[in-house]
Design a protein around this ligand. Structure first.
Ligand code: GH3
Ligand code: MG
Ligand code: MG
Ligand code: MG
Length: 297
């Protein structure tokens, strides 16, 4: 199976209709099929689907209800859905489009037009995914950017409020980086930031851990449910030294180093979200004050 093909989900209660569309699109898409609304919603949760071709009239749950449920769930709200249906009244079509369908195809289908429309919508979906990805990514290092971090922090904080779990937040700043640029040049500085970003992001082992570039030579880590954050940060501090990036102008060591400030909190401790970063930043300031290349919690 070619995994680079986009995945399409064909939803129709009639077998013949499903196979007609599948035959038409199988050369350019990976095809999944569902014969009712409930199994369609199930497939959407399990698979990475780019486009849904959705029959409007189905027994039990009709296509409009399927679309309504997809739109109501944040995880599937942006999924592209095309109605393929015999209900071609102006009101039906308007209803589908108002619910958020990207297009409306009338049965009996005209094969060439279906192919062309599907191709266009797959292209739009790809472009949107790419834009979404770029808007969350730091251009220089390729790791998460500040926007991505801010959203993740808010989600993690809400989760901590519900669960009572702790949340570790660390601010990391490269030591004497202005002097590094002055000594070795801005291009070498960029290269060093990429290496630091790689070490930090590679250390994020669980799916909800996040390393992000917060701006300039500052990074942030989000580690939900971790209490031994000091050990994690010590390991990272050592790993950055082990990169062995010469820094003759540093007062902290003869290689590039980082300072880390962190805190471990639970949302139920009564701290405001806005205070978290301030407190991590205060700990970082203390690490700088104590001579850099160290972790303060
Ligand atoms: P400290 O140890 O107190 O953090 O000193 P510092 O020199 O690292 O801190 P300062 O805030 O004075 O300087 C940060 C420097 O980081 C200045 C800026 O040119 C550099 N910098 C920020 N972003 C980038 C970048 O994207 N690429 C490069 N090469 N340098 C950057
Ligand atoms: Mg039907
Ligand atoms: Mg700084
Ligand atoms: Mg710095």
């Amino acid at each position: 199976m070619n995994t680079t093909l986009p995945t399409i989900l064909i939803v129709d209660d009639e077998t013949a209709n499903r196979h007609l569309l599948a035959d038409l699109l199988k050369d350019e898409c990976r095809i999944l099929m569902a014969k009712d609304g409930a199994s369609a919603l199930q497939r959407v949760r399990e698979e990475n689907i780019s486009l849904v071709l959705l029959d409007a009239s189905m027994p039990e749950m009709d296509g409009y209800e399927v679309l309504r449920r997809l739109k109501a769930d944040e995880k599937t709200a942006d999924l592209s859905v095309i109605f393929v249906t015999g209900q071609t009244d102006e009101e039906d079509e308007e209803r589908g489009l108002l619910l958020g369908a990207v297009d409306y195809i009338a049965k009996p289908i005209r094969p060439l037009l279906v192919k062309a429309r599907v191709r266009n919508h797959l292209k739009f979906a790809r472009q949107r995914e790419l834009l979404e990805q770029l808007s969350m990514q730091d251009g220089l290092t390729g790791i998460a950017n500040r926007r991505c971090f801010d959203q993740a922090l808010e989600r993690a904080w809400l989760h901590s409020k519900r669960s009572g779990d702790t949340l570790a937040l660390a601010m990391i700043d490269v030591d004497h980086f202005k002097a590094y640029n002055d000594q070795y040049g801005h291009a070498a500085g960029d290269e060093a930031l990429k290496q630091v970003a790689f070490v930090l992001s590679s250390a994020m082992k669980r799916p909800y851990d996040l390393a992000a570039r917060y701006g300039g030579e500052e990074f942030v880590l989000l580690l939900p449910g971790i209490d031994q954050v000091h050990a994690v940060l010590e390991q990272l501090r050592t790993a950055i030294m082990a990169l062995d990036i010469a820094h003759s102008q540093s007062t902290a060591a003869d290689v590039l180093t980082i300072s880390c400030g962190a805190l471990v909190k639970s949302a139920s401790d009564g701290v405001a979200l806005a205070e978290l970063l301030q407190r991590a930043d205060a700990a970082l300031y203390e690490a700088k004050h104590q001579g850099r290349n160290r972790v303060v919690i």
